[in-house]
Design a protein around this ligand. Structure first.
Ligand code: CMP
Length: 178
């Protein structure tokens, strides 16, 4: 069965499904990349972090656990390689496994960044992941793409196209299912 998805009101992550209007699915979904960093993995936070994304209406489209090599860190963080903080970042990112995620949903890029909070945990808003869990700028618990261009680059870096599964989660509060 195929559906048309009508955008629901802003802040409401639910969708209205109208199955009989069009035979084609209208793509309203955005996919972004997020990463649960080594200190969060070691602290047993994988489930709690993924729960927050799902609670915001985002679907997990791909997941992979991987310990970065130096080559991975230099490729993934290419724009930061020359920056003074890079050696510390590289040492941290290669010291244990991270969890790579593709997350899908309406406004996924902005939603994940809002859930994560400011890069510097000292500036993160209460209720964000970095406010709640991050001890420092380097060990800031999570990463996410900051634009559609970086989302494409970062998703391509970690996942092949056929490893990503785009779908909308049926919501318990769905407005209307015909
Ligand atoms: P992330 O969102 O993964 O993007 C780059 C990472 O570099 C950032 O989170 C921090 O973990 C780390 N970092 C360390 N120092 C800085 C800095 N001064 N500015 C930006 N990022 C930094």
């Amino acid at each position: 069965m195929t559906f048309i998805i009508l955008k629901s009101e802003f802040r409401n992550p639910n969708y209205i499904y109208i199955s009989h209007i069009l035979k084609q699915k209208v793509p309203t979904m955005e996919m972004t990349f997020a990463m649960i960093k080594p200190n969060a993995v070691k602290s047993g936070l994988i489930g709690r972090i993924i729960d927050r994304y799902i609670a915001a209406g985002l679907s997990v489209c791909a997941v992979k656990m991987h310990q970065m090599t130096s080559a991975d860190a230099r490729g993934f963080y290419a724009e930061h390689v020359e920056k003074p903080f890079f050696p510390e970042l590289e040492a941290y990112m290669t010291k244990g496994p991270s969890v790579m995620l593709a997350l899908g949903g309406e406004n996924a890029i902005a939603k994940v960044r809002a859930i994560n909070g400011a890069t510097n945990p000292a500036k993160a808003e209460p209720g964000t992941l970095r406010y709640d869990f991050a001890p420092s700028m380097t060990e800031n618990v999570v990463h996410s793409s900051d634009s559609p261009e970086s989302a494409k680059r970062e998703l391509d870096f970690w996942f092949k196209e056929d490893e990503r599964y785009a779908y909308e989660m049926p919501s318990l509060k769905a407005c209307c299912v015909l």
